[in-house]
Design a protein around this ligand. Sequence first.
Ligand SMILES: Cc1cc2nc3c(=O)[nH]c(=O)nc-3n(C[C@H](O)[C@H](O)[C@H](O)COP(=O)(O)OP(=O)(O)OC[C@H]3O[C@@H](n4cnc5c(N)ncnc54)[C@H](O)[C@@H]3O)c2cc1C
Length: 462
Amino acid sequence: MQHRSFWLREIAGDAPDAPPLSGAARCDVAIVGGGLVGLWTAIRIRQHDPACDVVVLEQDICGGGASGRNGGEVLSWWAKAGTLVALAGREEGIRVARASEAAISEIEAFCSVNGIDAEFNRGGYLWTATTAAQLGAWDSTVALLDDLGVQPFQRLAPTEVARRAGSAVHLAGIFDASAATVQPAKLVRGLRRVALQLGVRLHEHTRVTELDRQSPAVLRTASGALTSDRVVIATNAWAGSLRELQRRIVAISSDIILTAPAPDRLDEVGWTGYEAISDSQMMIHYYRRTASGRVMFGKGGWGIALGGRIPTSFDRHPGRAGDVASNFRRIYPTLADVPIAADWSGPIDRSAHGLPIFGHLGGREHISYGVGWSGNGVGPSVLGGKILASLALGLDDEWSASSFVRARTKALPPEPIRYIGAHVVRNGVVRMERALARGEKPRALDARLARLAPAGIIPKKG
Ligand SMILES: Cc1cc2nc3c(=O)[nH]c(=O)nc-3n(C[C@H](O)[C@H](O)[C@H](O)COP(=O)(O)OP(=O)(O)OC[C@H]3O[C@@H](n4cnc5c(N)ncnc54)[C@H](O)[C@@H]3O)c2cc1C
């Protein structure tokens, strides 16, 4: 049986599974993937056009993918301002960044209106440096935002950063007050409930094994076939198995450990707030305190998949979890004795520039996709829902016309060159970051290899 995240196990049995697709069926819009992106899209379409017959096909259960496994850090795209402006221009880049910030409030309001207790907590985002080499990782972003006349980040005194993060290993940092944290499975399962209430038809344990791309399209599964006028691909890292998207995303793992509840210990070290925290490593560490006083500590980028095939080691990997635990203890030496209660992994759909890509599959107007969230999709998936609903319904609006949505990006190298190259680069990054964490100078070759790695949740320094 598949290893589930602690978050999903915490609410196991919240609702009976929807029945698999059986036999031949027809609909107006078929959405492949029942994660946050697919469900926001389904909800948005039904809100816009209640007569539109929407069917979601999910190979597992809704939330079984990244959406029910993530760290629960609900971030804006302000840290990505440089890439947004490069892709969409100054005005549209800022508009999209503002929309990503507004999405956080939309999640809060949606949960409140629909009675979803997702443990939403607006603690802000603390972007920190935990080694001397990470100092100033945010300088170019802050300077750009100053230049653009919009400054969501507040510079904090180093002592204040260390106090809020609960560890003196934090040397400096900046703070964006708009960010929040959630229990991710509660959020995605809440969306599932609302989608069903709005009349969305759902089939779980229903993997689309073949997509006939003619119009109308036919989505084939083990026990049925769904004919649909429009299709939305919201399959995150799994989308790499589609030939048109193979060179647009690479699937990498993100690995999480969760401690036992230790609220008193966290209070003792001064970690009393609910900030979403990250360091500035390329293989980023992201962490936060949960409502019950546990520590969630994750690391992105260790596992690399070949093509769109997601290995079972992306559900759980004891070796990678051990590395994450040792990094937790390095950054929080005073909490070193707090037991680890759970660990799990999940796939990230990394694009070349670290932001999602949207479009029509192979130029076919009736099949849209939105993939490449690159490890920051919890908040931005709200925008994904708006963009994909507009593309699927053929609307002429701020999203379908956006230069961000229409931006063309460069392709990644083909397999197996990419797989081999990614391992060489990743190993260089690992060696470099281990040396820096020990306060040593990295080898020149490793530093050169690291320069070839794509940007992730935060931009690359330099
Ligand atoms: C360990 C981890 C930690 C993360 N931490 C954060 C964080 O703290 N903050 C943040 O913003 N982001 C984080 N992310 C990323 C974030 O979870 C995603 O970007 C976000 O949930 C958007 O997900 P999605 O809907 O695109 O993908 P998913 O939730 O993965 O949904 C895609 C769905 O498609 C289904 N599917 C795939 N192929 C098929 C098929 N052929 N037929 C039918 N169904 C199919 C899958 O089963 C899956 O349920 C993290 C991700 C992981 C894995």
